[in-house]
Design a protein around this ligand. Sequence first.
Ligand code: DLL
Length: 432
Amino acid sequence: MIWDKNETLPEEENKQLQLDKLQYIVDYVYKRVPFYKKKLDKAGLKPSSIKTLNDLRLIPFTTKDDFRVNYPFGLFAVPLKQVVRIHSSSGTTGKPIVVGYTQRDVEVWKNLVARFIVAGGVTAEDIAQVSFGYGLFTGGFGLHYGLEKVGVTVIPISSGNTKRQVMLMKDYGVTVLIGTPSYVLHIADVMKNEGINPKRDLKLRVGLFGAEPWTENMRKRIEIELNIKAYDNYGLSEVIGPGVAGECSAQHGMHIFEDHFIAEIVDPKTGELLPEGECGELVLTTLTKEALPVLRYRTGDITRIYREKCSCGRTTIKMDKPIGRTDDMLIIRGVNIFPSQVEEVLCSIEGVSPHYQIVVDREGAMDVMEIWVEMTEKMFFDEMRKQRLLVERIRDELRSALGISVGVKLVEPGTVKRSEGKAKRVIDKRRI
Ligand code: DLL
């Protein structure tokens, strides 16, 4: 099912719609947000300077730092009286990012989340368990309201208390599971320990996962373990939360909801605009937000955007699964590495558990990287020779995928810390 006819607009019609909305929103922020007035004035721009979609590139970027400097409400375009909801995302350093929604923003948000919910084949017949945290994080409430909009029966269990998650899933006949892929893996492990076989004991059929990078091979693992179809969706607090883009039945790229967001890809180092199809940093402009519109926001996420005819009938531009964030990229002996590259290799080797930790350290002047891979229960009781062969195989495959040699250590089952939200894949001892 397609939730909104704007998802199927012909390209030209979509572009005209985007231009009309862009002109409106630039004028809107110019008049309402001193930060943007100053920024545009400094760049010698007036709202009337935006005559075509290409003129978007004249506008300077907005960054995470701009949120920090204007903490907490300095970027809001409406008085707090009109704000009905606040969310916030805790960065790793400094003050958290604070975001606000008007009544209309909340309505738009529900409908955007509804788009990817129905794109994954979920209907009012379904029962969904929301295992995202509820609270300042946008995941729990974002999905919750979207699911209700579609008419799905929602179980707002939030994250944590994993045995209970498994019990409810079984007892209530849950058909749709929602959470971060790393937490879902943990749920799958607990299920196994509880002697539950998803195929035999559960009604689960769809997973809507997101909020962190996960690879194609990880998807395959999760789909097999839980006997479901797993769909990816993408978003970030600064832009709206979940509901920026989501996968359809084709499971081949996420449709970006272009009538609400303009996506661009830029070179993360120079900020130079890259052509469609090239990999770089995603930059997003909101076209319809009232409380907190953003112009050309540097997301930090590395991906590709492209147009292709999709079997689902949607015409919107697509984005690949992000491979990671610019700030999560590791530079090891001069080579750029994203944790997702390690995951892709580990999840492709049969019998290797998907629980891993990347440990980076410095020995003398040299950066060293070690991958801790959890043994599966079966492997744990294997003879030493078999374990050694496996380590060698993982090391070889990592070397050919990453271009440098890294250490591999097998660790006991349960050693790698389980996440209930976003997984922390890297321990960088160079920064400690
Ligand atoms: O994670 C919003 C969200 C909630 C999206 C639930 C999807 C589902 P933040 O906490 O502000 O918001 O974190 C945003 O998470 O810039 C990406 O780096 C990462 N991220 C989100 N979705 C994906 C995804 C929410 N599908 C940051 N794949 C973003 C890879 C993702 N990374």
